[in-house]
Design a protein around this ligand. Sequence first.
Ligand code: ZN
Length: 277
Amino acid sequence: MKICFNQATTMKNSTLEKDLEYCEKYGYDLIEIRLDKLQDYLTRNTIIDLADFFKKNKIKPFAFNALEFITFRDEKGYQEILDNLKFLCEAGNVIHCKKIVVVPTFDVGGYTKQEIKDESVKRLTELAEIAKEYEVKLAFEFVGYPNCSVNRFDQAYEIVKTTDLDNVGIVLDCFHFHAMGSNLEDLKKADAKKIFIFHIDDGEDLPVGASRDDKRLWPGDGAIDLDQILLTLKEIGYDEMVSVELFRPEYWDWDIEETIKTGKEKTLNVVSKYFEF
Ligand code: ZN
């Protein structure tokens, strides 16, 4: 298992340069780069500088986060998605980052699950066709909020399975899995190869549908049954990577180095019971 840092964890005060420096110092294998942090980095550096950094260091890029709200968009909104997709595919070709997280849309109105499935499959298929030209894979991340059009594991997995493309898979995020009461039995039936990215985090103990990203906690500090999720992943043969992804405003105010160091320690404490690093 490889350990990865997701830049959402230090989102408010850090930069890509700082996150990279401390992730390398504390021995992370991988980083998930945020689109906004990349755009900010490119105001001071070039994409070649970033490629050089990865050549000289142990840490490697794993994925970009994220193309948000890919479904039910108007023409202008969808064009922005397409533009960002091409930008990330081209950047990814230079730095060898071959996955992009894609997120379904919120508050879409009274569509049925079938209509949401049809729209999601259609958009994923269109975007995947472009990504394929760059040998890039798309990881579809359901969000465990009641108003997200795709908010449970079974629903997202069904969409990915129906899309039936080698370069379309799923993001399993423990917070989102827990927040809308996704079922472990559904994860047990999943093909590990379709799990492209695994986000680890914990959360405060709120009722189904009531939790939000700011209630995330370090792995092991909250109410999510991470042991059962990890055991299930082991059972189905998933062992590629685990990415620590918090969105807690309190942690954003911490010293960046302390946050990155703590993220690794907390993740290893929980995950190394089941996986070797
Ligand atoms: Zn996530």
